[in-house]
Design a protein. Structure first.
Length: 457
């Protein structure tokens, strides 16, 4: 997020200024120009808040170095002067790259905040404590800015949403909403639980799908290198001396010749599909298709699907307060799943049915086609008894227990399969290498003896 400040002039000559936040400089300028056109103003300047490196000293003390975000160099100078410092130097930071903090740091921040809120500490005190103890620079600076803005009376939801690039969209929304709610500690606990489950799920997904895929890919490259470059160096010596090759050695040499002759095509075949799939998944339509078929992967797809429902129900439980206010929790919970297909079906099918036709929650969810029969049955029971909020939590806990157990078993199965694949490949390479050791050159003089015998006959 970038923060911009603009100065404009009214028709009567009065100068006004304002500030806003945007995802990028270009988007911010568009917002400013729309405001200018709408209010018939004359734009005078646009300034971006950037980081300045300063060096200042007080009396005979050692000069103090630090960083400060501001719109202009003059603002930093005036702030230091008011604090009694003599400015030595102030320079704009040329490279201001702040990578997103690790998810574990964000989870830790939310969990500790929830625990301290339970101990009745004020949120300002909590932020001050965490700012001093947070090691990640990006998160520490973000918390400082949030603390400063909240002290000035800024809206908590708008403040946290400004930093959604750091926390993530859903987390920023929940933390901002918590400050306005009457149960801040409960929302922080629910957010921490959600973040932990999502982090655990992604870790397990890497173990179940990504790590094996990378292992197989690296193994494939190693075999390719062996067949294309190492093996021919030995096998072609036999061909050079006219020695007959055994079947596996001959086949492997033929494969090697094919790979070398078509090296460009083989390289493109290996590199292009993953790049195309990655780029395709980044598009709106491609993301929907990839996320849709992700739920249909044999064995793993079912676990992913149930985990999405668990996340949905957990967020829905946290935000739901009554049937009259069910649309916003449904929308936010759908976005929290992180699956574009799941989110799109809820937003384009379930919500319109509820808003336009007055369809019940369960019937709308059934029409979306992204909930299991078990989930629909439990939600329907909760809707009839007026306990859909608690039913959502029960369903989330049930699917958490089921998916954690089954996912653990699936990961163990995948590890066994990968080990077997590696074993088979290594045995095949060993057999090919061993076969080459059985190759024997013809006995010296054997060709001449054969020629004499044929002439005598």
């Amino acid at each position: 997020m970038v923060e911009l400040r603009f100065t404009a002039e009214k028709a009567n000559g009065q100068t006004i200024s304002g500030s806003l936040s945007a995802q990028s400089m270009g988007e911010g300028r568009k917002k400013i120009h729309r405001l200018i056109e709408k209010n018939q103003l004359k734009l005078k300047s646009v300034e971006k808040k950037v980081t300045f490196l300063y060096k200042a000293k007080k009396g005979g003390d050692k000069p103090l170095k630090g960083e400060q975000k501001a719109f202009t160099k003059k603002e930093v100078e005036e702030a230091l002067t008011r604090l009694g410092y003599e400015v030595v130097s102030i320079n704009k930071k040329l490279f201001n790259f702040n990578p997103k903090p690790p998810q574990s740091d964000i989870v830790t921040f939310v969990k500790i905040s929830a625990e301290l809120l339970d101990q009745k500490l004020s949120y300002g005190e909590i932020l001050t404590l965490l700012i001093n103890d947070t090691q990640n620079k990006t998160l520490r600076e973000t918390l400082k800015e949030i603390n400063n803005e909240l002290k000035k009376g800024a809206d908590s939801e708008a403040t946290f949403l400004k930093y959604q690039s750091v926390f993530g969209k859903f987390t920023a929304y929940m933390l901002g909403l918590a400050s306005k709610s009457g149960n801040m500690a409960e929302i922080y606990k629910a957010t921490a639980k959600f973040l932990e489950r999502r982090q655990e799920f992604r870790k397990n997904l890497r173990s179940a799908l990504i790590t094996p895929a990378v292992t197989i890919f690296v193994l494939f490259l190693a075999v390719l290198f062996y067949v294309a470059y190492i093996f021919p160096e030995t096998a072609k010596l036999f061909v050079k001396f006219g020695i007959a090759l055994p079947p596996m050695t001959a086949f492997t040499l033929a494969m090697s010749d094919f790979l070398i002759d078509n090296s460009l095509l083989v390289t493109l075949f290996i590199i292009l599909p993953p790049i195309f799939l990655w780029r395709f998944s980044k598009t709106k339509k491609g993301g929907l298709i990839v996320d849709k078929y992700l739920l249909r992967i044999p064995m793993m797809g079912t676990l992913i699907h149930k985990t999405l429902i668990e996340v949905y129900c957990r967020v829905f439980y946290t935000m739901y307060s009554g049937s009259a206010e069910s649309i916003e929790p449904i929308r936010i919970a759908a976005e929290a799943t992180g699956n574009k297909y799941f989110e799109e079906r809820i937003k384009s099918v379930a919500i319109p049915l509820m808003v336009k036709k007055g369809t019940g929650i369960t019937d709308a969810f059934e029409a979306s086609g992204v909930f299991t029969e078990t989930a629909l049955s439990r939600l329907h029971s909760g809707e009839e008894t007026g306990t859909i909020k608690n039913t959502s939590l029960q369903l989330a806990n049930y699917y958490e227990s089921e998916t954690v157990y089954k996912l653990k078993n699936f990961i163990e199965l995948v590890q066994v399969v990968i080990a077997m694949i590696i074993m088979v490949v290594m045995i095949a390479l060993t057999l090919v290498s061993a076969e080459t050791a059985t190759v024997r050159p013809p006995t010296p003089g054997a060709n001449n003896q054969t020629y004499i015998e044929r002439n005598i006959a």
